[in-house]
Ligand binder design. Structure first.
Ligand code: SF4
Length: 346
């Protein structure tokens, strides 16, 4: 006999097959809002496998939102290094400080109040409200988007389909278990309703799925053709001192890779390193090929130039650091690539 609704079938499956993730409460236990919020911010644009160990390290260093609020900016930015999308880390700190200062260290519980906090958009507000506070809210991430588009055979391409997908997801959210329902949809999308090869035969909601019935599950959701990202080109300098220290620079607090440490670089962002750096060495050797990196809105081709000097005072915002300590300083991914290229090509 067919279960009466997709939500019931999904929740029955979730109760026995849920993924055990470090930020999830054990069955029957209340979820910790700080854990839910932190994991949701980390998981934006980043995989579960990459986030899991980093999440635990964050919690070990800053066990509560008030501990995080009191942390120096540079410690948080360094801990975030490699997770990418650094504006998230800056907003994370801002949000923690507002929660600590204006809400006595307790996250507000409603979707509306959560959405007023820095860096919390509609998705995160709904996810924290539903998962941490049991509110009747419906977050829609990429997994939920895919499952819903297939379940209801939504043919409109993304992103135009988003409002319809949201409305459909809301229509099947059970008010009494909205948090579990959201997590069940996420789990289904991550383990069974896979992007290219959905495992429909193992799917607990197959009987309700219109795309499966029509034999077009793998074709949904449709996507509008991607625009090609523009290419920017820049230069980064690897300047090594005779005693094995390399010149680094802390970028300005705002803007791309704001407040992160870099190899001094030019020409690709609005935060330009002082031109005097190029004059410090008499000879620069280019590493080939240039380092490439894809940002949200553009592709970067960064030419790395290596030079050596005996000694010099560091220019503005720059400082010397031993090469063997670079791993601890929290270089963003593009600068890790540039440093690696310089070391290998040196
Ligand atoms: S039946 Fe297939 S396409 Fe439909 S929700 Fe399940 S896995 Fe996804």
């Amino acid at each position: 006999m067919m279960t009466e609704s997709p939500a019931k079938a999904l929740l029955d499956w979730y109760d026995v097959s849920r993924r055990d993730l470090p930020w999830r409460a054990h069955p029957g236990a209340a979820a910790n809002p700080y854990h839910v919020w932190l994991s949701e911010v980390m998981l934006q644009q980043t995989t579960v496998a990459a986030v899991a160990p980093r999440f635990q390290r964050f919690l070990d260093r800053w066990p509560t939102v008030s501990d995080l609020a009191a942390a120096p900016d540079e410690d948080v930015m360094a801990e975030w290094a490699g997770l990418g999308y650094y504006a998230r880390a800056r907003n994370l700190l801002k949000c923690a400080r507002v929660v600590a200062a204006d809400h006595s260290g307790q996250f507000p519980s409603t979707e509306t109040e959560l959405a007023t906090l820095p860096g919390i958009g509609g998705y995160t507000a709904a996810a924290v409200a539903a998962i941490a506070f049991g509110q009747n809210a419906t977050p829609v991430d990429g997994n939920i988007e895919r499952v819903t588009a297939r379940l209801f055979h939504i043919n409109t391409p993304l992103p135009a389909a988003k409002p319809e997908i949201k409305a459909r997801a809301v229509s099947i959210t059970p008010p009494d278990r909205a948090g579990d329902f959201a997590q069940a949809m996420m789990d289904l999308g991550a383990t069974i309703c896979l992007p290219r090869q959905p495992r429909c035969l193992a799917c607990p909601i197959q009987a309700f799925c219109q795309a499966h019935k029509a034999g077009i599950a793998a074709d949904l959701p449709k996507k509008a053709p991607k625009k090609i990202k523009p290419l920017r080109q820049g230069r980064a300098y690897w300047l090594e001192r005779a005693d094995g220290q390399v010149l680094l620079r802390r970028r300005k607090p705002k803007g791309l890779l704001g407040a992160m440490v870099e190899l001094p670089s030019f020409g690709w962002s609005d935060d330009e390193a002082p031109a005097s750096i190029a004059k410090l060495a008499t000879e620069w050797i280019a590493v080939t090929p240039p380092v490439t990196h894809v940002f949200t809105h553009f592709r970067l081709e960064l030419s790395v130039f290596c030079g050596r000097i005996h000694d010099a005072a560091p220019p503005e915002d720059c400082f010397w650091r031993p090469v063997d300590q670079l791993g601890d300083i929290g270089l963003p991914s593009v600068m890790q690539k540039a440093a690696k290229a310089a070391i290998m090509g040196d």
